[in-house]
Design a protein around this ligand. Sequence first.
Ligand SMILES: Nc1ncnc2c1ncn2[C@@H]1O[C@H](COP(=O)(O)OP(=O)(O)OP(=O)(O)O)[C@@H](O)[C@H]1O
Ligand SMILES: [Mg+2]
Length: 505
Amino acid sequence: MVVSGTPPTTNPALPAPPRRGSSIAARLFWAVGLPASLIVVALGALAWRTTTTAVQESLTRELRATVQAAASSVSVRSASTLIEGSEDTAAYRRTVARLRQIASFTGSSRVLLVDEGERVLADHEGKLAIGTPAPRVALDRVELASARTGTPAVSAPFALDDGRRFLAAYARLPLPQDELAAPDGERAFPIIVLVLEAPAVALDAADATARKVAVLVALAVLLVAASSLVVARTITRPLLRLAAEAGRLGKGELADPLSVPAGDDEVARLGATLERMRKALVDRDAERQMMLAGIAHEVRNPLGGMELFSGLLEEGLVELPAEAVSGPVKDELVNQAQRVRKELRYLTGVVNDFLAFARDTPLQKEPVDVAALLDDVATLCRREGTARLLVQVEGVGAVELDRNRIKQALLNLVENALSATPVDGTVTLRAEHGDGRLALVIDDTGKGMDAATLERVWTPFFTTKEKGSGLGLPLVRKLARDHGGDARIRSAPGEGTTVTLEVPT
Ligand SMILES: Nc1ncnc2c1ncn2[C@@H]1O[C@H](COP(=O)(O)OP(=O)(O)OP(=O)(O)O)[C@@H](O)[C@H]1O
Ligand SMILES: [Mg+2]
């Protein structure tokens, strides 16, 4: 019975695993983690901008009022008398003293009076000579022009070399009432502008706060990324576990209940559905097995009768008198009767194997002398024209086993090994006992198996032999599992095969 060409229905090819990039975890990160991080960053930037603008506006407002108040405390009359070289005059000293007062009241780093030609008339330290081009004012022409028309103005913040930031504020010294009414060109007093350079400490404080906000934003982004990863994991981990369990179902391993995630969410419901499916498959298998066992049982009885009668027929033909049938015809008839009996014996063997596989026969355990058992099996299998058969057992005493069924399993394993091993090869039967386990090992130096064969050898009815049932190895595994153990195979083409039947003791 050769079924090796048919793919096993219990182990269909599994779909290729999904690409890593398209995993749920990755998708969740892109769909939730990334937008949430972007929103946090955008909110952080908005908060920083709003705060800085508000602080700057409030500073500008305050400074505008301050510069205007300060300008009204300086006498335009005295200031207008300052001309180049008049640094020694009382008017100059009074003006400088006033500017120093303003500097100290307002905390300004520089206070100047600037004439219409953007030249210094006086500064709060009295260091700049009258007529010196006023520092920086060229950069604030718009503000200067606004101040000249009577509207105080404040520049954009600027930083000095030491990194501190300042705002420059401009206001015109007020003219006496009668002067204001006079038309342009007929005024007795020139237009003089007071310039304050005040440190923008509040802006620096706002920046320090912004840096703290940036750190918080970075932490929030990390938190969002980490939590989307954790959420993804909590979703994907049970899914991966279910996928592994479903893979077990796919391989036909239906005996043990699936370990499904607890709870009432979608994944748990999927798990429960898979578990129901497993139970339904187990029931269906049991039903099918019972039906087939029933048929096999019904077939076995007539098969026994047919084998018996074909034997009788063979004997009858052998005993036919020479005058009833000619010699060559008789030989041919005897030969055909023998072939019928041989085929019937093979069929009975297959049916018996199948019944042993399909039925749950209770184990009949008894103390078994393992060394004697292996010797017995080797003696039964040793014959002319096969590979050398060795038994290696040391220090293994009696173990509780179902003697007949273990023997049957070992006979199949040794027959498998012998049929795969050339005459000059070796088949070794070993037993290892210890740590609460007994391992029966059948090792051969035969042709071995390729990966495709190895994957299917435990499937019932898989065989590569003309006259094989393909039930030998499934029976070995069933027997091992009935004893609470298992069976394993290690094999490679051209390197021989090792089958281990392991049971707890
Ligand atoms: N020791 C081995 N070396 C190489 N191939 C093996 C070996 N044991 C088993 N096989 C492969 O596994 C298949 C299944 O073995 P199994 O014992 O289940 O059935 P079988 O030997 O084909 O049939 P039966 O046991 O009824 O005679 C074999 O047909 C063979 O291809
Ligand atoms: Mg076999």
